[in-house]
Design a protein around this ligand. Sequence first.
Ligand code: FAD
Length: 496
Amino acid sequence: MSDEVPQCDVLLVGAGIMSATVATLLRELDPTLRVELFERLDRPAGESSHARHNAGTGHAALCELNYTPEKNGTIDITKAVQVMERFEISKQLWGWLVENGALPAPETFIRSVPHLSFVTGEDDARFLRRRHEALGAHPLFSGMEHSEDLAVLRGWMPLVIEGRRDDGPVAATRSHLGTDVDFGAITCGMLAHLERAHRVMPYFSHEVRDVARADDGGWEVEVRDLSLDLDRTFRAKFVFLGAGGGALDLLHESEIEEARGYGGFPVSGLWLVCKNPDVVARHAAKVYAKAKVGAPPMSVPHLDTRFIDGRRELLFGPFAGFSTKFLKEGSYLDLPTSLRLDNLLEMIGAGLHNLPLTRYLLDEVTQSFASRIEALRELVPDARAEDWELEVAGQRVQVIKHDDDDWGRLEFGTEIVSAKDNSLAALLGASPGASTSVSVALDLLLDCFPERMESAAWKSKLEEMIPGYARSLSNEPTLARALRETSHRRLRLDPP
Ligand SMILES: Cc1cc2nc3c(=O)[nH]c(=O)nc-3n(C[C@H](O)[C@H](O)[C@H](O)COP(=O)(O)OP(=O)(O)OC[C@H]3O[C@@H](n4cnc5c(N)ncnc54)[C@H](O)[C@@H]3O)c2cc1C
């Protein structure tokens, strides 16, 4: 290659919340790093990170029942505690960025919105009671309320209770620690700061087409300038594939050994969005119910107050859908062309072992508008069809990976796949998603920059930005309380 090939230390693919967070952390930790970022769309946060493409729930396990499964008669809160600790880390970084003028006024991207879990029937009411006891005893979840009293529940969520027939027990928990988050606004804020303060200028309308090993052990990245129809090559010491649904294809292009056996399964989403302002004004919470039997965890029905561009909104969903695209603005060939010799067994294995999911998706896709309104009425009994309209949400690509017993299995979490020499990493999967973006970025830095993460300079900067990093907040309740108070003050959230 000629000397004219532009060189950088870090090259990031995608302008979603993940790349924005990784780039922000890296430049704060080492302002001398040469960072380049490429995005195929003409704008930032155009895919999953866009406010209208995800539910905007600051996932902290306050209301999501799937994080507290019942195992052998006891409620297992391990996953819930992990999700909560990770969200505290996100709030710490966002609060620090606001305090230091790197993110705009917090109301533009995060608001306090109570998180509620709502169940019906004797069995689920009993489950919720025990879940409340188990979580309530944990310092990070203190203050969570529980009620089975209809009058109290009507005060908490009138739309959910009014019009309900008296057909058995109902129960709910409520936490005032809950938030609604505009992850798109955070992404745009971080990228604007990178441009303003760090001179990192994202290349929009630039699609990364190929990632190949360079002679010096780094990477040669082929990029198509979509507005000029021009191909360019860049060289980078480290590449982050934060391309959301586009990451899997690029990971395969890199031909690293560690990519073998990985596949993806796309699940799209649809919302019902309320267009009647009087109805919107009567709900001020995120209410999560129980997923239907056979439904994947990301299809838990919920009724959400949202704040988008300063406007209060109300949405219900998500309804799962199926499309062979890996990105909302992707190609219908994404799924078929992701099949390769080295992941064929895994894809077949995952398909064979997830027939109930396939059936569930088929049912969901073929639903009419009227049957979606019926689903809404299970949570909002008096809902009127004319108040709601259907909107398409973002696209998720669930991870398929090798499994010794079943050939391949479908995963619902996120996974960092990195090259043995740590010079390239990709983020696959989508859950719990953007809420944990800061912890995911820190995990990635630990994997790929292990020595620098151990250096005194990086440690002290991390301590300044994210004081709870590398601490166990669960085991240090006094510290956890103090850090939460600081984050909530900085982010102008309700006092904890
Ligand atoms: C329906 C739904 C609901 C969700 N709800 C929540 C929620 O309530 N809370 C939560 O925390 N998370 C939620 N999530 C998950 C969350 O939205 C994602 O985890 C997060 O936005 C992923 O960010 P990202 O930066 O990895 O990907 P993205 O935001 O998708 O960004 C990837 C970017 O890479 C670009 N790109 C792709 N290929 C290329 C290429 N070859 N060259 C250049 N650019 C490329 C894309 O255009 C895109 O802009 C939800 C997701 C969905 C779909």
